[in-house]
Design a protein around this ligand. Sequence first.
Ligand code: FE
Length: 340
Amino acid sequence: MKNKAILTFLLIIFMIPAHVTFSDEVNIYSARKEYLIKPLTDEFTKETGIKVNILSAQSKVLIKKIIDEGKSTPADILLTVDAGNLHDAKTKGISIPIRSNKLMKLVPAHLRDIENHWFGLSIRSRVIMYNPNKISPSKISTYDSLANSELKNRVCIRSSSNIYNQSLMSSIIHHNGELYAYDWASNVVRNFSHSPKGNDRSQMTSVVLGKCDVTLANTYYLGKWITSKKEIEREYAKKIKIIFPNQNDRGAHINISGALITKYSKNIDSATKLIEFLASDRAQEIYAKKNHEYPIRQDIEVSNIVKSWGYPFKMDMMSLTTLGSLNNQAGIIFDKAGWK
Ligand code: FE
């Protein structure tokens, strides 16, 4: 009888597939909203048996938290937006290079850190949005055109303290040099309808309400308006249009949401698997669609709303590592140009 019990016990042990070990866990510090990633991490847990815990907060708060917690941080992964933020986290020494042949294949080279500290998982573009009753799209087909004197008192763009604007400025420095970048910023400031205040969506609202005619905003914010529960936002969405800038030269400025593995991670293998999963075809389709973003590979479907804006469009292919490395210079130029 005793032997039979031992035999049963051994049978059960060997029947549990090796990959289902519930002791495996991954902790994500996430600057992305939980509803964007929870469906995917649930799927990942189902497939691998690896449990995923998510702590959500702002990017800056999470980076500081990881630094303060040091060795005792539970964070394995930092998930955040903007290559500028990811580069900042790397510079502060909280990340390690991720060793994964899969990720090297799945994530195009310009969308990842040159030393593999972070990998892009979705794309957004910072585009021109305008009021079609007020201005012809032919007048505003490039970032450069926002500096034309014709647009005096007609442009509104959020503050330069915002990372999205800083990364765009880094891309202008990269392509055109610092002198051009300074001239551009000074002239755009001269065209401001009012001093920078509020986020991307409040600039878009100003365009709709006729307080300015042109702004810069990330694509997914229009997607959010189109699908909003609030009727007023759905109405606003009908009154504003998108231009992908610089289609005849370098392409529209893009940025990413992405992930890094912390220096203190105790679950590097599982964390790597999770990031690989998020970069896979199946996860990509869901992840990008949920927030009206673009997948990291063009062979993956985008949502119909995103498609309606024009897809594919020409994207700026510069390495996004450069956005982070030029961030300080971008700040200096904004200050000199008087862009608050
Ligand atoms: Fe955003």
